[in-house]
Write a protein of this length. Sequence first.
Length: 54
Amino acid sequence: MFGLFKKKSEKEKLQSEYEKLLKESHSLSTTNRKMSDQKAYEAEEVMKKLEKLS
């Protein structure tokens, strides 16, 4: 309850973005391989940004 108004750090935002892109990539993998590959690429770019912050 006390963390209700706590803002996410840049690292937390990138981590959630990475997870979201991986889920989208996985769900698209059965229907549209090209879009799945695009989402996986975007996820890797987010991971690179995340590693730069660490």
